[in-house]
Ligand binder design. Structure first.
Ligand SMILES: [Zn+2]
Length: 161
């Protein structure tokens, strides 16, 4: 996992950094922004690189090879000026998605709380009903069980979140 990779076009003396390969996700980390200290985590720059060098002989070089450092020093890094902005966009999008998820979760928690209050109130009103017959007792026990079950289920859902 510590080996990094670059893809090189000797014809144009340029390269794109794939960085390390994540064997679990089966993807490269992608281009790296020093400014944001993070990777693109997608194939954006690799895809653009492939498209820009159709018909050229491309080579993947690993950081184990001597050539790796030479290419970094001597060749141009593909779309270098676009990397910080692209990574920043990506980070912002991921943050937005996270916020949206958190907002949805808190709305869900509030809905569960309201449902719980409604059930409790209904349950209390049933507890004040008195049974006039065996049949009434049976019905009340059934309601009692249903309320208990509903509350337990809602509490279980709350724990999951
Ligand atoms: Zn090329």
């Amino acid at each position: 996992m510590n080996v990094s990779y670059i893809m090189v076009c000797d014809e144009d003396r340029t390269f794109t950094s794939l960085n390390r390969f994540d064997r679990r996700a089966n993807t490269f980390e992608g281009e790296y922004s020093l400014l944001h200290n993070t990777y693109s985590h997608d194939e954006y720059f690799l895809s653009r690189f492939l498209l820009a060098h159709v018909g050229h002989a491309l080579q993947v070089v690993s950081s184990d090879e001597e050539r790796y450092t030479r290419v970094w020093n001597d060749y141009r890094r593909f779309q270098e000026q676009d990397i910080p902005r692209y990574v920043e966009d990506k980070v912002l999008k991921m943050r937005d998605a996270e916020h949206a998820l958190q907002a949805r979760e808190s709305v869900g928690q509030i809905q569960l709380l309201i449902a719980k209050q409604l059930i409790k109130r209904e349950w209390e009103s049933v507890q004040h009903e008195s049974a006039q017959s065996d049949r009434d007792t049976f019905v009340l026990l059934g309601k009692e069980w249903a309320f208990q079950w509903s509350l337990r289920t809602i509490e279980g859902l709350g724990d999951m979140g």
